[in-house]
Structures are given as C-alpha cells and as structure tokens.
Design a protein around this ligand. Sequence first.
Ligand SMILES: *Cc1c(COP(=O)(O)O)cnc(C)c1O
Length: 500
Amino acid sequence: MASPVPPVSSSPSTSPSASAAVSSNATADTAFRSALDVVRAVEPRVADAIGAEIEDQRASLKLIASENYASPAVLLAMGNWLSDKYAEGTVGRRFYAGCRNVDTVESLAAEHARALFGAQHAYVQPHSGIDANLVAFWAVLSQRVESPALRRAEARHVNDLSEQEWAELRAELGNQRMLGMSLDTGGHLTHGFRPNISGKMFEQRSYGTDPATGLIDYDALRATAREFRPLILVAGYSAYPRLVNFRLMREIADEVGATLMVDMAHFAGLVAGKVLTGDFDPVPHAQIVTTTTHKSLRGPRGGMVLCDDALAEHVDRGCPMVLGGPLPHVMAAKAVAFAEARRPEFQDYARRVVDNAQALAEGLLRRGATLVTGGTDNHLVLADVSGYGLTGRQAEAALLDSGIVTNRNAVPQDPNGAWYTSGVRIGTPALTTRGLGTAEMDEVAELIDTVLRGTTARVSGGGEPSKAQYELDPALCEAIARRGADLLAGFPLYPGIHLG
Ligand SMILES: *Cc1c(COP(=O)(O)O)cnc(C)c1O
C-alpha cells in the first residue's frame, strides 16, 4: 500500500560498523567546530554549553529508554535557514509564498516515512509526540464526529453552521470516549489522563495488565471495550516491556466501532527496523499511528502521524487544527533520519537493541533482580527495586551518583505511587547506537546490581525508612563510575569530533 519511492542509495563512505550512526569523520568535525565558533562569537556561554553537552553524553552510561544519539547528518540538517520559513498548509498548498524548498524536504520526509513503515499516508509536521497525538485525536474527531454533523446540516464548512448547530457540534466533540492503557501499567499521560489535555477532552477509561503475569489482559480489555464503547481505542506505551498484539487490538476496536490509534513513540525504531512485524507491527492494523522521531527511531526531536487513506485529509488539517507553522529544518532532519532508517544497517541496529535489552534482563535476573513480566521482548526493562529495599527514586539517584542514567517508573499497582515509585526503567537504544553489545550488557547489569545492593534506605529517628534519602558508600560509587567509564572508553561517541 506504500506509494513507489526510489530506494535510498547508500553512500560509498558508509560503513556498516556497529556505531556507524555516531561515527564521525573529519568533515563532521569541521562542520561542528565551525558552527560553534560562529555561535561563540555571539554568546560564548551557549557555545560552551553545547560543547559541554557532548562531553556529558560521552561520559554517561545512558540507559534512559526514550533517549538516543542522532547522527551528525541529522543534527546538521536541523541547524540552518530552513528554520526561517513559514509554511502553513501542506506540500503544494501553502498559505505562504516561497515554500519550494520546504515542499522538497517535507515530501522527502513523507515519502521516506511511507516507504519505511509501509503506510498509506504520512504527516511529518508535528513538533513532538504530544502534538502528533493531538493531531490524531482531532483527526478522528473530524472524521467521525464533525464530518457527519456537517453532512447532516448540509454544510460544507464549520463556518456555514448556524450558532445553534455549532453549539451542538461543539458539545458532541467534547463528549467522546477514549480507552487507553493505564499509566501504572505503562500507558502515557496523553492517553486520556486528567493532568493532560487528552483527559479533559475525552471521557477516559483504562485497560491494564494481568497482575499475575504482567501481560496485557486482552479479555478484560475486550470486556471493558464492549461496555464502554469508546470512539478511540489507544494502544502503545512508555513502560511496557512486552509485545502488543495489534491485530487483536484492531479486532476489539472493530467489534465495538472504535478507531484503533497506536502511539508507537517508544518503539517506532523497532517497527522501522523490522523487529516488530506481523501482529506486532501497528501500521497494517491501526487506522492511525503516532510516533516521536527521536526515541528508538534515532531522528531529530519531533513527531509524526501515519494513517490510512480515509483519515489522510483529516490528519492533514493538523495545521490549523492544533498546529501552527511546521518546523521545516526539523522536517529536513526527519527526511535524513528516515533515509538512514531505510538502510539495512538500521535493521541490524533494531535487532541489537532487543538482543541487548534481553541480555541486560538476563544479567539482572541472574543476579537476583525482579523484573516486571520477568523479562523483555523490546528495548526496555522495568526493574522492580523493592526487593533491594529501595524506592524507584532512591534507586534512580544512587545509580546516577554512580554514572548510570536511568529513570524511575511506577510498576503495576505501585504502592509508592507515581512520584517515589518502586521501579526503574532501563532502555538500550542509546548504548546500542554507541556500539555496545550483549557482553557489555552483562557488565552493565553487574554495575546496576552492585549499586542497588550497596544502597540502603536511610532510616529516620522514628525508625521509618525514607522514600527519598539513602546511604551509598562514596568509594563504591566511584569504583562503579570508573568501571562504567572503562566500559564506555571502548565505544567512543562521535569519535571523529573534537570540540575542545
Ligand atoms: C515520549 C512519548 C510521547 C511524547 O513525546 P514528546 O515528544 O515528548 O511530546 C507520547 N507518547 C508516548 C507513548 C511516549 O512515550
């Protein structure tokens, strides 16, 4: 169902080495140095902060599941005068003159995206994952609520409705239902939770996981869907370490008349890299798929919506529906990143992300850690650290003290709530980009386990263990940080770039 797209010619200078994405040559070095010199002449503190950031990234064992390292080509495609263009509208139909180069990069990004994911339509303007979700929600509302109302009123445009008809339509738009995965089992705030606008727009209900297995309980989900009859069934997650059966999800959505929307923000790289295929590839099953472009997909910070032909015209109304002008420089970088992801090396990368997560999981389990669902099928591991006598907050902080960057995360039915939590989420996309493999993941598991074993919750005068304070021997911290640095020394990040 993809439109024909020319194959991406791989440049002869590209080597399929493990860290090809972040290996950098003299040309990239010169480009970044010159760029920083230009910035330094205006505001040296900004140039210094940019220079310091590459050093911080080089020095840390980055296990944040939502982060990655973009290639020099992606980074450089963002820093230029495409940024100066206003280009509201769509390719060839802009509300501003002089958009031919923006048209070029936007259509390239969309073509690459369609080919990469086998999607009928790609909308590459959203500035972030949250924006992509807002566009998707309103596209479905436009298709399923607004368009029928316009037809009933025999109006072509909302401006043609009477005040009365408009008031009724607004009430109807604001009275729709969404069923999404619960936050504490790995769902995302934008899937209908009250602190986010999605929870204010929709009446929401959640599905979750079976407490015994930690796996999505599809029978319970089906029962809830039958009873609740949502307009939108949202699948996708930020902290679920297993596969989701999107074929089954679509079956459930069809049965209750819901539109299936999949938010693949976290695992888009695994879909692009053909690790998640068949029932586990959302694109052939969902009517609409949203994503970020900067997580496992390794592109610039941004968002995207993929959809079937029936939704395309609604999705393309992202501007003016919820967006203003697109970010043409970021769309250029998306085109570059998608071109990279179409190369065979990216499939190898995606495979290694999962191999590494599984090796990390095995390493942790072998040392006695508890993992939600007992392991992983994707790029992340969710460790329940209560067995170490710690909250997620204490574990996250102790690991950071030792040079290991993770983030705390609730586990299902978390007794410590969403602030302190009982879990730590650990992801492999970034270190895999850097070139680390399964042998190194065992060492990473060793470092994590050693830190957590060496950390104890501080006990107050009243005998109560703190949820935030902890004791950790500075000598142990230092030893672990040194081992982490030794490990990373074998996998230089952007090795050709020397800004100092
Ligand atoms: C990260 C994430 C988002 C939000 O992406 P931003 O670019 O930070 O707005 C949305 N949905 C899911 C599932 C995510 O993991």
